[in-house]
Design a protein around this ligand. Structure first.
Ligand SMILES: C[S@@+](CC[C@H](N)C(=O)[O-])C[C@H]1O[C@@H](n2cnc3c(N)ncnc32)[C@H](O)[C@@H]1O
Length: 311
């Protein structure tokens, strides 16, 4: 199978912008040389078997429950790495990106050339998305910020902006405390629960704030309403979500039907996009973009963009 290059033209198509725009938003980082290949017939067979095995696995963790223990454990390990090695791209890499050699990319399974490909593409898509949708922001609040990877990328894109990360895991706040000790860092962290809204008084959202969620509302199942109501009351400037959006798959395609089954089995975010679309019809919010980028693990795609603002 020949290599497929993930070049500026391909990236531009995903975002609905021009290749020149991609180069411009990436600035000095440029478009790294990234290529992958499609699986052979026997590899595809093995991928499908593995996907089915996971779909039948009773031990897969289910989202939507009010329990942060698994995140405390995972981010506690990362906090210890950050304490030793500093707040940087390598130290903030979440454990779940390890050993992802089979991915979903541009409508089909993709074989990665090495085990850094997944994070190379992940960071590239994040950089383009934030440069494009959060340009000019003076204040960004990330809900469910995890290791703080997005805030690190945003510090580069928006050097003057106030950057706040909120997460229910204490360990996550401790990582951001370490980041804020770095000289000149505008990053800070606070504890907040997106399901119960515990800690909401600390968030201080105002009309300058852009709210960002990345792979974190996915964890709410269908429990997004209190958070949405809170956002509507607080009236931020903008809300940018980078999440798996189940309604953007095509159930008639086997490739997508498998992702829908996986998404539902994990109880990831559902009904959020239709709810936003209803609010937009009622004139309560304005939808600015809805976009499936078509990248993900072999099981599903957590890279759909939904951008809106309260009216
Ligand atoms: C998959 S990680 C994504 C982390 C980060 N946004 C990123 O892009 O790397 C999901 C994050 O959501 C957080 N999270 C899950 N449920 C939450 C809740 N109810 N309230 C606050 N944070 C939550 C987890 O602690 C974790 O940090």
């Amino acid at each position: 199978m020949s290599d497929i290059h993930l070049d500026a033209e391909n990236l531009a198509r995903l975002f609905g912008i021009s290749a020149a725009d991609v180069r411009q938003v990436l600035g000095p980082h440029g478009v790294p040389p990234l290529s992958y290949r499609r699986p052979s017939a026997s590899e595809r067979e093995a991928i499908l078997r593995d996907v089915h095995k996971h779909l039948e696995d009773p031990s897969l963790r289910i989202s939507g429950e009010n329990d942060s223990a698994v995140w405390e454990r995972g981010w506690g390990q990362i906090r210890d790495v950050v304490a030793r090695e500093g707040f940087n791209l390598r130290s903030l890499k979440p454990q779940y990106f390890r050993n992802q050699m089979v991915l979903r990319l541009a409508g089909d399974y993709a074989c990665a050339p090495n085990d850094t490909f997944v994070t190379d593409v992940d960071v590239l898509l994040r950089r383009i998305a934030y440069s494009r949708y959060l340009a000019g922001s003076t204040s960004v609040l990330e809900l469910g910020c995890g290791t703080g990877l997005n805030l690190l990328l945003l510090r580069d894109i928006l050097p003057q902006a106030k950057l706040v990360g909120a997460d229910w895991a204490r360990a996550s706040v401790e990582i951001l405390d370490l980041a804020s000790k770095e000289s000149g860092s505008k990053i800070s962290g606070m504890q907040f629960n997106m399901l119960t809204l515990e800690g909401r008084e600390r968030l201080a959202i105002d009309s300058d704030t852009a709210v960002l969620t990345v792979h974190s509302m996915e964890q709410l199942g269908s429990g997004f309403q209190p958070l949405f109501d809170m956002l509507m009351q607080a009236k931020p400037r903008l809300c940018v979500h980078f999440e798996p959006i189940v309604e953007l798959y095509d159930p008639a395609q086997l490739f997508d039907a498998l992702a829908i089954r996986y998404h539902k089995k994990r109880n990831y975010l559902q009904d959020y996009l239709p709810a936003l679309q209803r609010y937009a019809e009622q004139g309560l919010i304005e939808m600015l973009d809805v976009r499936r980028l078509g990248f993900g693990s072999q099981f599903h795609e957590a890279y759909s963009l939904v951008v809106w603002r309260p009216r």
